[in-house]
Design a protein around this ligand. Sequence first.
Ligand code: S3P
Length: 437
Amino acid sequence: MKILHATSGLRGELKVPGDKSISHRAVMFGSIATGDTLIRGFLKSADCISTMNCFRAMGIDIEEGTDEKGEYILVHGRGLRGLKKPANPLDCGNSGTTARLISGILAGQDFESLLTGDASLSRRPMKRVIEPLNTLGASLRSENGNGLMPLIIEKGELHGGSIRTRVASAQVKSAILLSGLYADKETTVIEPALSRNHTELMLSAFGADISAGSSIDPKASVRPGRELYGIPVIVPGDISSAAYFIGAALIVPGSEVVLRNVGINPTRDGILRVFKAMGADIKIENERYESGERSADLIVSYSPSLKGVEIGGDIIPALIDELPLIAVVAAVAGGETVIRDAAELKVKESNRISLTVNNLKAMGADAEEREDGMVIRGGKPLHRASIETARDHRIAMSFSVAALVNSDVRPVEIRDPSCVGISFPDFYRDMDRLLEQ
Ligand code: S3P
């Protein structure tokens, strides 16, 4: 994919595609609930399709349809004990969320299962779920004994208990809480900082006996003994997908975009807080709640005097997936941006610290890799380059945004652009549309 610098601003409106984290959870929890779960706003991207396929392989009937209100997904849940042993290994594709959350559910089943993933997922650490789940009485092991996928999950005896996690990870927290639905006693997770809380909010709406943590007390507990019941779920737009258009509108002169229906759960809105601190012109309108999640419309305008900031500490989990894009915006802003406490970026779909810094440098930016983040001294003109994405969707989209402010006449080349289909299949179409208006 070749992207030329933008000759005019981004303008117009966009309904942001559904939240990936919430879409995964709606299918998973709907599958282990009794009765039907009707999902609207579902994100039909490669990652969420991996989750649907895993549950279909365990006997869950998931319908995809369209009615007068638009597309829907209808999950015919079979209750906590209704999953069937899959005939083949469960393929989680590129999706860490599928692999980690499903591990918590499978830990509570009477049957044995095997989880596999693609090359990227097969490099990502799974000990972070194997160890706490086994401490709680589950029986998980890495097939090759190296802490990576494939994972073998056998029948265990979950007895509940309290786990203190080393990293603030919603995937790990969710796996533990889901296993707690199948335990004898209460299961508690204490995190170093509060990670996204969609599992706690949605499980509670499905009828689980669960208490969520807060930023001051990041401790969540679930008590077993209650069935889950299917409910209608309305999935808000994904702030992690909106991020690319927020960033693009901030740095491309003449832009003003309206992003409709963006989820602004406080455990996910770190990017808004950081951009505002950088001097961004972002207005939040029509705030509302749907299915327990807060959403709003965002009006984002070109902001010529962005300045660098320091980003670290408890805000990191609230913007972890947005850091490559924030780094791109920081390269355009004046002054220095320091990102710290973000070592987790190294174990995402790619090593996002190295890839972000190397691609920024290839475009002429002043960027430096750190053990737990990066430093960007903004303001140098960006020039064309060939962008290595390592098939990581967020790197491809972040540097597609950087390409819009490339000062060369020649385009920026994004390698393996189709990887955007992991979270945002229509990304390029939507970008073109906003650029053409
Ligand atoms: C996710 C949690 C985050 C995030 C990922 C989705 C989730 O991972 O990076 O894209 O849906 O729970 P960690 O919780 O492992 O940081």
